[in-house]
Design a protein around this ligand. Structure first.
Ligand SMILES: C[S@@+](CC[C@H](N)C(=O)[O-])C[C@H]1O[C@@H](n2cnc3c(N)ncnc32)[C@H](O)[C@@H]1O
Length: 211
């Protein structure tokens, strides 16, 4: 994944972020070796940032939309206390098989509940309250995920959405996905139910804090 930050500066930031544990390095290596579009995986900086957010808000129930091979899932699980949980959604069985192997190996794996199937269907089965929702699934549904999850989020909870700058294409949107990401950003920006900040970390992260 390209960063908006100069490559040498990005490397400096990585060098001054606690390195990933061996399990994460192996997961990253395998993902890049066997999966299509491996750059979808959040890297160590965003992963550690997610873990930090989970810790800072003392989250106990997290929902992730878009598990892929589980890098971000594991990072957030590591940030959770022992008796907390993260529900994660995906539709790709090949990614699921990889993720589950690493979850089984991780001391935090028992906190993770995998729900396969379209995330909008999974969300309908949840009752909340959720402390944090990480939206990183199919981009055309970002606004739908946001609207479906916000009522389940407790006041003071966080919605975090990845790729909201979409490699910069948001400033001159062309295809359906570009427009969907722009519409999502507009939706959050105009929503009085939340306070929000759009960050330039990696491919852009929107943080929306529910009032
Ligand atoms: C950007 S990747 C997630 C990356 C992951 N968070 C990580 O750090 O490794 C997006 C994932 O969303 C999944 N996805 C796509 N459409 C979905 C849907 N309707 N419901 C649930 N997951 C979906 C894809 O299969 C893919 O694995």
């Amino acid at each position: 994944m390209n960063s908006f930050v100069d490559a040498a500066v990005e490397q400096f930031a990585r060098d001054h972020t606690k390195p990933e544990a061996d399990l994460y390095a192996r997961l990253r290596e395998e993902t890049y070796r066997v999966m299509e579009s491996p750059q979808m995986q959040v890297g160590v900086i965003e992963g550690r940032f997610l873990k930090m957010l989970v810790r800072l808000i003392s989250a106990r129930t997290v929902l992730e939309i878009g598990m892929f091979t589980g890098y971000s899932t594991l990072m957030m699980a590591d940030g959770l206390p022992e008796d907390a949980r993260i529900i994660t959604c995906d539709i790709n069985p090949k990614a699921e098989a990889i993720a589950k192997r690493y979850f089984a190996e991780s001391p935090s794996g028992y906190k993770i509940e995998v729900r396969m199937g379209p995330a909008l269907e999974t969300i309908k089965t949840l009752s909340g309250p959720l402390d944090l929702v990480f939206i990183d699934g199919d981009k055309v549904n970002y606004s739908n995920y946001y609207e479906a999850c916000l009522p389940l989020l407790k006041p003071g909870g966080l919605i975090v959405a990845d790729n909201v700058l979409w490699s910069g294409k948001v400033v001159a949107p062309k295809d359906e996905t570009d427009h969907a990401i722009v519409a999502f950003n507009r939706l959050v920006q105009s929503d009085e139910r939340v306070e929000n900040v759009c960050l330039t970390i990696r491919d852009g992260m929107m943080l929306a804090w529910k009032r």
